[in-house]
Design a protein around this ligand. Sequence first.
Ligand code: ZN
Length: 444
Amino acid sequence: MTRLVIKNIGHLVTMNAERSELSGVDMAVENGVVAEIGKDLTGPQTVNAQGCVVTPGLVNTHHHLFQTLTRAVPGGQDALLFGWLQTLYPIWARMGPEEMFTSAQVGLAELALSGCTLSSDHQYIFPNGSSLDDAIEAARSIGVRFHAARGSMSIGESDGGLPPDHLVEREADILNDCIRVADRYHDAEEGAMLRIVMAPCSPFSVSTGLMKDSAALARDKGVMLHTHLAENDEDIAYSQEKFGCRPGQYAQDMGWTGTDVWHAHCVRLDAQEIDLFARTGTGVAHCPCSNCRLGSGIAPVRQMRDAGVRVGLGVDGSASNDAGHLLDEARQAMLLQRVQNGADAMAAREALEIATLGGAQVLGRADCGSLEVGKRADFAIWDMSGLAAAGNWDPVAALVLTGPHNVRDLYVEGRAVVQGGQMVNVDLREVITRQNRLAARLAG
Ligand SMILES: [Zn+2]
């Protein structure tokens, strides 16, 4: 048995049912789970967390890790969603396994340093021999919990779709690879470090047949479903024109609602669609910085939460953010709701709840998202003694309102991923050098 005790925690944010915050307590971790929370706990291994806020690990519910290789690409800097995609598709088409792996390492390291212990990733292109396995390897190398969504595109330009023909796959090949990765990697058990998700890229890049087949396959394999939905006005117009209905109706018709489904963005959901999501338990990955970056609008998160919709945060791909800092997303989510609904529309603590517990709920992880006895030992230790939070009167609110920018320590399944602000399992300098070399090669 391994036992680790986090001592003298300044403020422990539990995210339990009562949303308890405890001061001056210790937390013991044994075999990957929280074993005890209390005073004067002892163990062979201790970590001092005096002056620190300890939170459940943040959960990232939407990302495209391969895109960290195409940040701040000039042609895509100021474009709307569809134009932005058309600028980037030809660049992504030149990537291969090494690019996928390295890009994912960079994205996951950035997430880990910003407090993330569990991330999903939505990979929907597989050029030049790359596969979902590349990002899975990267997640293992970093040490974070990972939900790998096997994305897909099957409608190319010649069939009226958006992506170029050479980036789309045959639907039979897509479904076969979905079966391969689900059988090989999916772990349904409590405490799973790796799960698989079925995830056609969006209604505008696959057929209705593939949407339905993916849903049937996901339910057969017991995995979750994920896609992009109702991201902006162009997206709504496409749905109306192509399918004769709004995205919510389309999702329902395709079998894409339920507690095993979550959709990215949902910026343009109307009241009826919010009601549909609440009734069916369908989740939402809210990506505030990406929505700002692409001018998509402000997602009705206040209305969703009030209606009982499960909402988590996503950084989205680094090509549409361009950062991948999850704590920043919590701040941005709070600010955007205030822009739309007033200064009392979302408190810092609610933003933190969406970033932790909310994300875990969206990803179907009842074992993560809170720090309680029996839950997985995924947590972030934030040192509040630095410049950013100096002078604060409320360290828990300050975490969202001021920072610090990065965690001091991060633990996943009771194992250190970040210690003293440094990545434990990878040489970050080497990763960055490799990433920049690959980006330069892509730029030609
Ligand atoms: Zn996305």
